[in-house]
Design a binder for this molecule. Structure first.
Ligand code: URA
Length: 190
């Protein structure tokens, strides 16, 4: 089965198992992910916002525009990477996803990574970082690659600040860009 068919199967499974029914009831749609299924880099955000919920594509609002700026700084475009979120329905009023919601979607995120098989996973913000790198603080480890066990092998996680944080704190813009610019060199060592 090709990668798209496998990802489509995950979508069907999430709907059939009625994962997070309260979120599903108020969301427009499930936002599974977008981009290159053979990407070296998978970005993982928090949860869809209003624009993402309406259009079914992750990171297309203001935070997504800044993500595009980061990609451009490294000479990349969105079709070079794959982008998804830990929670795949929009939480009402853009509240933070709850631990239960993150836990419910976690197995599907792992399956997405097993299907796509990226070289590095970039977590955006603490919600997507915390399950891969429990107990670490993003302020201390942002931009630092961490090799962790994954299935029968290992995977490299690079935790970055969430692009939305750069919208509220202009000082973080350059930090995010600088952290992201180190990623190609990390990939080259793998
Ligand atoms: N913020 C996220 O974490 N994910 C999106 O898809 C959009 C905004």
């Amino acid at each position: 089965m090709n990668k798209q068919a496998q990802l489509d199967g995950l979508r069907v499974d999430i709907l059939a198992k009625n994962i997070c029914p309260e979120l599903a009831a108020q969301a427009t749609q499930l936002v599974m992910g977008d981009g290159n299924l053979d990407a070296d880099i998978v970005f993982i955000g928090e949860a869809p916002g209003k624009n993402e919920d309406e259009q079914g594509i992750p990171f297309i609002g203001a935070a997504g525009k800044f993500l595009n700026v980061m990609l451009e700084a490294a000479g990349m475009v969105r079709s070079d990477v794959y982008i998804t979120n830990i929670v795949k329905y929009r939480p009402p009023n853009n509240r933070d996803p709850t631990p239960d919601e993150k836990q419910a979607f976690w197995p599907y995120l792992i399956k997405q990574l097993e299907i796509i098989q990226p070289k590095v996973v970039i977590t955006l913000g603490r919600h997507s970082m915390e399950y891969f790198l429990p107990g670490l603080s993003i302020g201390e480890v942002h931009g630092q690659p961490k090799r962790i066990p994954f299935g029968d092998d290992h995977i490299v996680i690079i935790p970055l600040y969430h692009p939305a944080a750069a919208l509220y704190n202009g000082g973080l813009r350059q930090t995010l860009i600088d952290d992201f610019l180190t990623v190609p060199a990390v990939i080259a060592t793998l």
